[in-house]
Design a protein around this ligand. Structure first.
Ligand code: ZN
Ligand code: ZN
Length: 207
């Protein structure tokens, strides 16, 4: 079997994203209008999150619930050597950190600038809520926005022959972690995807 679907970027699947409702943890739907189709991240979009279970609603995309990454990009307060320091992504930002200069070895406290972090985390890119469709595989998390996204990945993983034509650096397949692409994990990944789909359909029927 051959995988020859178009090389969609991940954002292609992002118009409907299932997340854990921040209030009741049941699946809530983030719907996004993408007026301009820009990758890797759209501009001028409108998003709304609705939970049919508890009535939670949010359309304030200026509020970010996801991970943030901190940067200190400046010159050493003692010798003036420029440096760029970045933190691990976190959901709990802090004001400052102590950094030791590699040139003069003086340690000083510096203020941190925080930015939204969207890479490789199981959160939606618009509000930063945790994705509903996620599952642990060994030490990794397999995450998906919705069932179309899941079925697209399933078809790719199931295919013995994967055509590389038209792949670009933002295509979802290009950006898949190696453990998903690895043929030794194929059966395990397919099994997880099928189970996620089955469980999700059962839960959705009850809401
Ligand atoms: Zn809810
Ligand atoms: Zn220094």
């Amino acid at each position: 079997m051959r995988f020859n679907k178009p090389a969609y970027p991940t954002v292609y699947f992002s118009e409907e994203i299932w997340v854990n409702c921040p209030k009741c943890s049941k699946p809530a739907l983030v719907r996004t209008e993408l007026p301009k189709y820009t990758i890797p991240f759209p501009t001028g979009h409108k998003s709304i999150c609705n939970c049919n279970h508890c009535g939670f609603q949010n359309s304030q995309i200026e509020k970010w619930s996801g991970f943030v990454q901190g940067f200190v990009n400046r010159a050493c307060g003692n010798c003036g050597t420029g440096f760029c320091y970045s933190t691990e992504p976190t959901r709990v930002p802090y004001n400052s950190t102590k950094i030791t200069c590699e040139v003069c070895s003086r340690m000083k406290e510096y203020e941190i600038q925080w930015y939204r972090y969207r890479n490789d985390k199981a959160t939606d890119p618009y509000f930063g809520f945790d994705l509903f469709l996620q599952s642990n595989i060994k030490d990794n998390i397999l995450w998906l926005y919705n069932l179309n996204h899941l079925e697209y990945l399933q078809e790719y993983v199931e295919a013995k022959l994967r055509v590389d034509d038209g792949r670009h650096k933002y295509s979802m397949i290009t950006n898949l972690p190696q453990w998903v692409k690895s043929s030794k994990n194929r059966d395990l990944v397919i099994k997880k995807l099928i189970k996620m789909k089955k469980d999700f359909k059962k839960i959705i029927q009850k809401i």
